[in-house]
Write a protein that binds this ligand. Sequence first.
Ligand SMILES: [Zn+2]
Length: 245
Amino acid sequence: MVSEVITAPSFATAADGAEHFFGTRLSSVSVTPGRASLPGAPHRERGASVILSVKQVHGTDALVLDSPVEQGQVFDGGWDALVTDQPGVMVTVRTADCVPVLLHDPVRRVVAAIHAGWRGAVAGIVPKTVALLVSRFGATVKDMRMAIGPSAGPCCYEVDEPVLTRLRDVFPEWHSVVSPVNPQKARLDLRAFVRRQALADGLDAERIATVNACTICQPDLFFSYRREGVVKATMVSGIALVPSR
Ligand SMILES: [Zn+2]
């Protein structure tokens, strides 16, 4: 039987105080961008009281949720990271080729969901969100855990010169995440780039889990803008702090 969602068991389980999932096209998780809604049954049973998704704009700004979130509450704006220390609030991102990144500090009890396409990744959305967890919530980089979800993989994700130029500008070791196809094109390993950024920030390599699944070449499991050429649908991935008893 194929599972509806993918989890990284080494990343976060209820025993660690959080639950998480990476969506597939088989997943029944539904969200209304910009409005906190009631999560589906499995997440409700595990203690999530609301599920939140917002409009994504390929930027680097984070929406910080540090007070209780009510069902139906409206969030008018665009953000590509959602951060919360509120138990029961499931923060989610929607992706189809971009990288969903989940963060958890089990000691400080704060979580984040990040939408990282090449633009956001090059602009530093992951390091910025890590820094926000530290500055705003008192999280510790050494305690932090990260899970990097299914996305366009190094097997398929071809990018051209404008993308490569931006990457070279911000990442001196760009060679390590790129393999040339021809003088104008290369395949980019976006997940490896995000992982390298996290390591450079001081996250422990053993606390970074990567789901090595490619959205482009696994059509039975994932939606892909690249493969399908149109915006058909997206996968929802999320994380929530489980309320402590
Ligand atoms: Zn692939």
